[in-house]
Design a protein around this ligand. Structure first.
Ligand code: TUI
Length: 307
């Protein structure tokens, strides 16, 4: 399945793994890249030197291309923006902000830059700034999200820009990939499915919560602050909603999401921790290797697109 994205990134299959905070570390990134997709190291709020180590460890596990996702709300974003250049990273994706001020430095270093956008306006701006592609991420996605759905956002972004578009949000099998292609996307990015990959170093309780989740089990916190985050409903989200209704500020509540994400991913506290996941969690039923997931999905996609 050749597309402009597989050509641009030098990958076999048009599947990119989401740069999930705390989850997307070197084992997962290398496994997805080894399986023919593009693995990503997610930086979230990690310090730059931790990210440098992650990049070096991923290089030991795979010779295939992998990328780094930079979460632009992080206090370390600027330092990480330099580390990816120093370490010779081939692909950078960005989330939760506008990476405009780093574009020149990255392009001069020969890095392929793929910002995640949640609107047509930012997609247009990124194309002008020299982005190689964009990920159009719908509100079905897990974690920090925008307002538009994947079904509405992807075709509108495809119409607005000439660079290739990668669809994200609510995609976890070959049907979703085929549908994304019908909307004009040339690859997909998926997070929630890879959360339960055998290679994902995620606490068993977290994986079990995703596997057991039903269609309507996710909820969004932080809408009133303009920082909406999707996760599976639990004690933490109920507490957040309560404090939000009492008028607590984003800064006062941020610890509940970001600090608590570590609690869920590392310690397995899925009651008080943040279990970030997308709406498609309800469709995910088993742990598999990245290779099994990707081969199964591509088989299904080819059948559907060949019909
Ligand atoms: O970034 C993500 N997903 C994330 S980041 C994250 S870590 C975090 N945790 C708690 C609170 C905050 C962050 C967990 N999940 N996805 C990419 C994404 N980017 N989705 C939406 C956006 C986005 C939204 C608005 C990108 C740009 C934007 O506007 C930028 C601007 O300045 O116009």
């Amino acid at each position: 399945m050749k597309t402009r994205i597989t050509e641009l990134l030098g990958i076999e299959y048009p599947i990119i793994q989401g740069g999930m905070a705390w989850v997307a570390e070197h084992h997962l990134a290398a496994a997805v890249s080894e399986a023919g997709g593009l693995g990503l190291i997610g930086t979230a709020n990690a310090p730059a030197e931790v990210v440098r180590e992650e990049i070096r460890k991923a290089k030991e596990l795979t010779e295939k291309p992998f990328g780094v996702n930079i979460m632009l709300m992080s206090p370390h974003a600027e330092a990480i923006a330099k580390v990816v250049v120093e370490e010779g990273v081939k692909v950078v994706t960005t989330g939760a902000g506008n990476p405009g001020k780093y574009m020149k430095m990255w392009k001069e270093a020969g890095i392929k830059v793929i910002p995640v956008v949640a609107s047509v306006a930012l997609a247009r701006m990124m194309e002008k700034a020299g982005a190689d592609a964009v990920v159009a991420e719908g509100t079905e996605a897990g974690g920090h999200i925008g307002e538009a759905t994947t079904m509405t956002l992807v075709p509108q972004v495809v119409d607005a820009v000439s660079i290739p578009v990668i669809a994200a949000g609510g995609i976890a099998d070959g049907r979703g990939i085929a549908a994304a292609f019908m909307l004009g996307a040339e690859a997909v990015q998926m997070g929630t499915r890879f959360l339960v990959a055998k290679e994902a170093v995620v606490h068993a309780n977290y994986k079990e919560r995703v596997i057991k989740a039903k269609d309507i089990d996710s909820t969004v916190t932080g809408r009133s602050h303009g920082h909406p985050v999707r996760s599976l409903r639990n004690q933490m989200t109920r507490e957040y909603v309560k404090l939000e209704s009492e008028g607590k500020s984003f800064e006062e509540l941020e610890y509940l999401t970001l600090g608590a994400l570590r609690k869920a991913v590392v310690e397995g506290d899925v009651t008080n921790g943040t279990v970030m996941a997308g709406q498609i969690a309800g469709m995910i039923t088993k742990e598999q290797t990245c290779k099994e997931m990707i081969e199964e999905m591509m088989e299904q996609t080819k059948k559907l697109l060949g019909r």
